[in-house]
Design a protein around this ligand. Structure first.
Ligand code: NAG
Ligand code: NAG
Ligand code: NAG
Ligand code: NAG
Ligand code: NAG
Ligand code: NAG
Length: 368
């Protein structure tokens, strides 16, 4: 543990001291983790650390070691550059006399599935780690992991993330080798739904090159997770960069479906919460993915989740808009220095998803 402690200490804890990372009180396993790994004057909060793939790996390793009853980490899939694609499951397990009682394990809970970073952005990855931290570390959030299971894919395009970080150029693809020293497929356009509704581009240099249907390991990984949990997934959110809003299906077509009104309502409820917390900077929008882009986005994981997996509550949530570029028309960049308020606002939106599910469960019980 000594070595891990040093690495954690230097990677993580080098900013100003904060009180329990925004928690009112810490859960015992997290406190043990910090006690074991922290040395004086170091920052225990993952949100104050520069996010690269090694940060993700180190943070998850520590959580697994100290909070293994609450956090499970799977790493069955890897990328072209051999980085792990992590699946993190967070749920409170009742422990009686040091063992997990059998029957309870089987009990199914509604799942909130989050993926982050398909478009190689570091901000969504950082936010996903923050959500994991808040769920695992904060005693005040214990209900959020007692009644709901969280499946979080915190970094679904780590090769793209590293490339973008190091080269500092606009990049949104993975790093799969194509040909002629050219790399990268746009994961956000690689899913097998309405894939060829948009014109197929043969231009392998394009940042929106869609590859072949489901061709990428990152895509296969997300689909594997969707398939394994589809019966229990209540809500799926794909966290992406360059924007400030929550967007409902569809992405590829300007049409609606049967249950769209309740899906829209949930988006509106989330937007209201975020605006209540952070709305003074810029209005957090709720819209369809198609309308916000003002054009079709084909092969989208949200369309795949709705049509192929039967998960109507599927959303794209765009956070922390950066400086404007040619791919975003609708968002001005947000003022600097408001990250803390924005993060809190976005988290209150995620918490609203949990609240909606709990209310839904209560209403179902009443009807019975
Ligand atoms: C990972 O792979 C192992 C071996 O094939 C399998 O037993 C396990 O169920 C897989 N786990 C997940 C989460 O897919
Ligand atoms: C995909 O994953 C497999 C198994 O993890 C790995 O051997 C292969 O190199 C990966 N390929 C690409 C193109 O990412
Ligand atoms: C826990 O263990 C103690 C001592 O072995 C026993 O008296 C008690 O009934 C156990 N509690 C439960 C809930 O199994
Ligand atoms: C790849 O490079 C070869 C040789 O330079 C060239 O003939 C070919 O057109 C290139 N292919 C693409 C798709 O650019
Ligand atoms: C959500 O979108 C609808 C329709 O555009 C709008 O009327 C409503 O005010 C939005 N809600 C919030 C909280 O922005
Ligand atoms: C989508 O359809 C709605 C209603 O028909 C329309 O108001 C909107 O402008 C359309 N969006 C786009 C981007 O064409």
């Amino acid at each position: 543990m000594y070595l891990l402690g040093i690495v954690i200490a230097t990677v993580f804890f080098n900013a100003a001291k904060a009180d329990y990372c925004g928690c009112k009180s810490l859960r015992p396993c997290y406190k043990r983790m910090l006690d074991a790994l922290l040395v004086d004057d170091e920052e225990p909060c993952v949100e104050n650390v520069a996010i690269g793939s090694s940060t993700v790996t180190i943070f998850l390793k520590a959580l697994k070691t100290y909070c293994g009853y609450t956090v499970q980490v799977h790493d069955n899939f890897t990328t072209r550059e051999n980085r792990n694609l992590f699946e993190v499951c967070v749920k409170k397990i009742v422990i009686i006399n040091g063992t997990k009682p059998k029957g309870r394990e089987k009990e199914s809970r509604p799942i909130i599935l989050l993926d982050a970073g398909q478009d190689a952005g570091s901000e969504p990855v950082a936010f996903a780690l923050y959500i994991i931290e808040q769920l695992v570390a904060c005693a005040d959030n214990i209900n959020m992991i007692r009644k709901v299971k969280w499946v979080i894919l915190p970094s679904t395009n780590p090769d793209g993330l590293e490339y973008r970080r190091n080269k500092k150029e606009y990049w949104r693809k993975n790093m799969n080798y194509l040909q002629n020293k050219t790399y990268g497929v746009d994961i956000t356009r690689n899913f097998d739904d309405s894939w060829n509704v948009c014109p197929i581009t043969e231009n392998i240099f394009s940042q929106t090159y869609q590859g072949q249907v489901n061709s990428e390991n990152e895509t296969k990984f997300i689909i594997d997770v969707l398939k394994r949990y589809k019966n229990d997934i209540n809500t799926y959110i794909s966290l992406r960069r360059d924007g400030h809003g929550i967007f409902y299906p569809y992405a590829a077509r300007n049409i609606t479906f049967n249950s769209i009104e309740k899906v829209k309502k949930r988006a509106g409820d989330v937007a209201a919460k975020v605006n209540h917390r952070a709305g003074s900077f810029q209005w957090f929008v709720n819209e369809s993915i198609y309308n916000v882009n003002e054009e079709a986005h084909c092969g989208h994981s949200v369309d795949y989740a709705v049509n192929k997996m039967g998960i109507p509550y599927s959303y794209e949530m765009r956070i922390f808009s950066e400086s404007a570029n040619k791919y975003i028309k609708n968002f001005q960049s947000l003022p600097k220095g408001y990250e803390v308020s924005l993060r809190a606002g976005y988290f209150s939106g995620i918490r609203e998803i949990y609240n909606s599910i709990i209310n839904e469960m209560k209403q179902k019980k009443k009807l019975k």
